[in-house]
Write a protein that binds this ligand. Structure first.
Ligand code: ADP
Ligand code: MG
Length: 372
């Protein structure tokens, strides 16, 4: 097992080179060539596969040079030992003629380069080029890793923020219900009492006007509560989306039709909430930007996938709409969909409307136990 980590090489340090070579004369020639080229280096020779493996286990190397034919094995056996190691150093064949087929094979396997011993003067240049390619590859791999890490982090942050927002909304809704709702209802009773016991018509009229105003305030607090904490969990998604759509139609004047393949769709609460918020944002967007005549909302739970589609017949998304700075509505929905293992498809044609589709795979029902 090769255990030692391959520490990155710093340009100011001599290159640590491992040389797999059974001929001491050829080894010395390589040393001389590198020295003449002024390439700061240390060169360590091994001539067996075990020695090669042990050296890699004990030390870090920046470059491996390998003769092709060695006693009892070839450079490809050495390559097989090293090629699976993450960040392994570039592996260069420094050999006599090995024939075109073997050279092609070696390159296909991922060996960095091939230098003929007859052309050893090329070696310093080949080493430098292999090092550059290697460093660029490591930097690219690191960048990809860092990007994946930061994307993961961002997704976790989004999930956290969204669940905090939902909790906060639920808490505000509870306070409106318990505090404001409770007080308004108590005032309603008192006004009814005043109305019943008043001797003067004027007082009765004022009590009636206050009662009407109060009914309005109770209605408003109800509406605010519904918006803060969607009633999906109590009445089911289809009913909640119908309620959302009818309120939207009343306020915006845009015909909004809701269709569903069932009157009740059974979904986990977190999927219902994601679906509800998706419909809410899509309707808000449609009223702000689409100038639509009609909006269709379709829900279905066929084929093991729940889908919610909100489509309008408006102007469609303008170029760059999805990458607008400070526009996080649709981006937020995308991230939300991911939190329930779903995804969002957005399609639009200029002048022909926009369609937002949320898809969430449904867990299959638990299998029946058929054992007798
Ligand atoms: N239904 C729609 N019809 C036309 N344009 C839309 C529609 N929905 C969204 N857009 C465009 O996409 C942009 C991004 O939307 P969104 O991500 O919800 O962010 P925001 O609403 O905060 O701008 C909007 O600014 C708008 O230009
Ligand atoms: Mg928006």
């Amino acid at each position: 097992m090769i255990a030692a980590p391959m520490a990155p090489h710093s340009n100011s340090l001599p290159l640590r080179i491992l040389h797999l070579e059974d001929s001491t004369a050829d080894h010395e020639l390589a040393r001389l060539t590198l020295r003449r080229a002024g390439l700061g280096h240390t060169l360590h020779r091994v001539d067996t596969l075990e020695g090669f493996r042990d050296s890699l286990g004990q030390e870090s190397f920046d470059v491996v040079l390998a003769d092709y034919n060695l006693p009892g094995f070839t450079a490809l056996d050495a390559w097989a030992l090293i090629s699976g190691q993450p960040g392994h150093p570039p592996f260069i064949l420094l050999s006599g003629a090995i024939g075109e087929a073997a050279a092609v094979d070696a390159m296909r396997l991922g060996i960095a380069d091939y230098v003929l011993k007859d052309e050893i003067a090329r070696l310093p240049h080949v080493i430098e080029r292999a090092r550059e390619v290697h460093e660029a590859r490591i930097a690219r791999e690191q960048a990809v890793q860092e990007l994946a890490h930061s994307q993961q982090h961002l997704a976790e942050l989004t999930e956290h923020l969204q669940s905090s927002i939902e909790q906060e909304r639920a808490a505000i809704s509870r306070e409106i219900h318990d505090d404001i709702g409770g007080s308004l209802t108590a005032i309603l009773f008192d006004l009814a009492w005043i109305g019943r016991h008043a001797q003067q018509t004027e007082v009765c009229e004022h009590a009636q006007a206050a009662t009407n105003m109060l009914q309005h305030a109770l209605g408003a607090s109800q509406r605010i509560m519904m918006n803060l904490r969607p009633p999906v969990l109590d009445q089911g998604l289809v009913a909640a989306v119908q309620w959302l759509a009818s309120g939207f139609e009343r306020r915006s004047g845009v015909a909004t039709q809701v269709r569903s393949n069932a009157t009740v769709i059974h979904l986990p609460p977190e999927v219902q909430l994601v679906a509800y918020r998706t419909a809410q944002e899509a309707l808000t967007n449609a009223s702000k930007y689409a100038q639509a005549q009609t909006i269709h909302i379709d829900m279905a739970d066929t084929g093991g996938v729940f889908t919610l589609e909100i489509s309008d017949d408006g102007r469609g998304l303008e170029d760059g709409a999805l990458t607008k700075p400070k526009s996080f509505g649709l981006t937020g929905l995308r991230e939300r969909a991911k939190t329930v293992d779903g995804w969002l498809d957005i399609s639009s044609l200029s002048g022909q409307g926009t369609s937002i589709i949320l898809s969430v795979p449904l867990c299959p029902p638990p299998e029946k136990d058929n054992t007798p």
